[in-house]
Design a protein around this ligand. Structure first.
Ligand SMILES: Nc1ncnc2c1ncn2[C@@H]1O[C@H](COP(=O)(O)OP(=O)(O)OP(=O)(O)O)[C@@H](O)[C@H]1O
Length: 316
């Protein structure tokens, strides 16, 4: 049971000239929440649609429990599409029961699951309303209920948190955690990086259709450059600018955030700070997931520039 995982292995996909996925590879283990992050157009939705089997890959394979995902597996995935796929004129409750029955639940099981999930997600009083008459956030809660009513073995959710109020975010987070604890691999995409950092066991950062960083949040954060926060209230602006191997990251008033190149001497930084007057704080700070993300995105620009120069060189 513990080794069960959803594997995305070397999946590539083009739309005409556009390379949407370029050998995308990662896996999500049973019992973990995996956060899938990346810029707009990086390839998250395409990956999830291929994992679900609604879109075919040009190359590569998606496996569940060691075997390629088939139509049968697909039935056991709870999917929340980015383009929310509910029928606007159908009543929320009827729709959920209908979806549950499509996945093979009996009439009474379907109605029990509908009641259970609408209560859990705080939309039980809305089951008689047409979906189009619900607020966006409530439509989204119904959409999540739709991904859950058939008790899926795998959860694949495309931006499930966008547009939810903070209470709904908490409810949704707890639902995902409970599902993971019950042995379900949970993968979701999001641009809300603080939430991803808080909720996910592992995170994958995608850039231009490929995975560029993947691992436990703590692991990724501690793998970044060393940062030190220095609070030296009497230090003049620019006090740290000339120190060897030191880059000033945060320069606003108040404490200074410094990034140290590998091998830079933190004690030299401390002495320089003390030379300006009292030092109230001198502490190592890990970069946040947002910092890491920005780093990855700015590398994208660097590489892009290099690529353009290379092309120019070849042409000339
Ligand atoms: N049906 C399509 N036809 C042509 N190009 C497409 C199609 N769907 C996606 N693409 C392209 O594939 C790339 C990946 O898109 P995808 O929707 O997977 O990104 P995403 O990471 O989900 O982005 P977002 O964060 O904006 O939702 C983009 O360049 C997009 O323009």
């Amino acid at each position: 049971m513990g080794h069960r995982r959803l594997e995305v292995d070397g999946v590539s996909k083009r739309y005409g000239e556009t390379v949407a996925l370029d050998a995308m590879t990662f896996d999500v283990h049973a019992g973990e929440i995996f956060g899938f992050v990346g810029s707009n157009g990086a390839g998250k939705t395409t990956t999830m649609r291929i994992a679900l089997g609604v879109l075919a890959a040009d190359a590569g394979e998606v496996r569940w429990d060691g075997a390629p995902v088939t139509h049968r597996t697909r039935n056991r995935i709870g999917y929340m599409p980015e383009e929310r796929g509910l029928y606007p004129r159908m009543r929320a409750g009827e729709q959920l029961e209908y979806l549950a029955r499509l996945h093979g639940l009996s009439r009474s099981e379907a109605s029990r699951a509908t009641r259970q999930w609408t209560e859990r997600l705080g939309v039980a009083s809305r089951i008689g309303d047409e979906v189009q008459k619900l607020s966006l956030g409530n439509q989204q809660r119904v959409q999540l209920a739709a991904a859950l009513v058939h008790d899926p073995e795998i959860l694949v959710l495309d931006e499930p948190f966008s547009g939810l109020d903070p209470v709904a975010v908490d409810v949704m987070s707890q639902v995902l955690r409970d599902k993971a604890d019950a042995g379900v691999p949970v993968i979701f995409s999001s641009h809300q990086l603080e939430l991803v950092e808080r909720l996910c066991d592992r995170v994958g950062i995608v850039r231009s259709g490929a995975m560029v960083a993947c691992g436990a949040v703590g692991e990724l954060r501690s793998g970044g450059a060393e940062r030190i926060l220095v609070d030296a209230p009497q230090a003049p602006p620019g006090w740290a600018a000339g120190l060897p191997g030191v880059t000033v990251v945060g320069d606003a008033t108040g404490p200074t955030l410094l990034e140290l190149a590998p091998g830079a001497d933190d004690q030299a930084v401390l002495r320089a700070a003390l030379a300006t007057g009292p030092v109230r704080e001198f502490a190592r700070r890990l970069p946040s997931l947002t910092d890491l993300f920005r780093h990855v995105v700015s590398n994208e620009h660097t590489e892009h520039t290099e690529h353009v120069e290379d092309t120019g060189g070849t042409a000339a």
